[in-house]
Ligand binder design. Structure first.
Ligand code: ATP
Length: 206
């Protein structure tokens, strides 16, 4: 790992597939949190997702394509090499050991923050990392959003960005439609990711 890192970010996800909101969110986090490096970490076996994920090699390849060329952003495939479930807590502990003295930031969308109490070892994550939360639009949700007051032991920062109503679920559903248009998908994912999906015939069934 690169030396001299003082502010290290982590952004985990299934990235099935990675999309434009992921990329915009990472760019906002780099700028606002003044990160020296941000690790984008595709999950291996996602314990919290009900569906079976696309094979790791495809998700990793697409994640590399999506984040290529962003200064300071490194795609880190360590969770894909872990047997069993991949836990963010374990990854953060590894980062803390590899970069003693670095401040850790865990970047996530508001839906993940809302689910924080269901995360494996969430009480142990709070002392290790500042959690940086990006607003996510929920057309069906009527509550006021994530409430940091429920976690007095945590450090939270709101990520300022123009919320983007994009999800991987929506992209998979669009791709599976019999008469999908490449144009619709091209508006939601980076160009190289759209071409990868097409070339490898991904998401043709939901
Ligand atoms: P799916 O629709 O399959 O659940 P997703 O679009 O939520 O996928 P993930 O790979 O599960 O994508 O998300 C990785 C991280 O990105 C999570 O922290 C999630 O909250 C965040 N994220 C994804 N899309 C958005 C968005 N539009 N706005 C804010 N955060 C987002």
């Amino acid at each position: 790992m690169t030396g001299g890192i003082q502010r290290l970010g982590m952004f985990g996800g299934a990235f099935d597939p990675p999309h434009n909101a992921h990329v915009a969110l990472v760019q906002a986090a780099m700028a606002q949190l003044q990160l020296d490096e941000l690790r984008v970490v595709p999950t291996g076996h996602a314990w919290h997702k009900a569906r079976v994920l696309t094979p790791a090699r495809h998700r990793l390849a697409m994640t590399r394509l999506a984040f290529a060329g962003l200064p300071g952003v490194v795609v880190d495939d360590r969770e894909m090499h872990r047997s069993g479930p991949s836990y963010t807590l374990d990854t953060l502990r590894e980062f803390a050991a590899e970069q003693p003295g670095a401040r850790l930031y865990l970047v996530m969308g508001e839906d993940q923050a809302d689910a924080l109490p269901s995360w494996h070892g969430w009480q142990d994550i709070l002392p290790i990392a500042t959690i940086s939360i990006a607003e996510r639009e929920h057309p069906t949700r009527d509550d006021a959003g994530f409430d940091p007051a429920k976690f007095p032991q945590g450090r939270f920062e709101t990520l300022r960005w123009p919320p983007m109503p994009v999800s991987a679920t929506q992209i998979r559903a669009l791709t599976a439609k019999p008469h999908n248009t490449a144009q619709e998908i091209a508006e939601l994912v980076p160009g190289p990711v759209a071409r990868y999906i097409e070339h490898h015939h991904l998401y043709l069934a939901t």
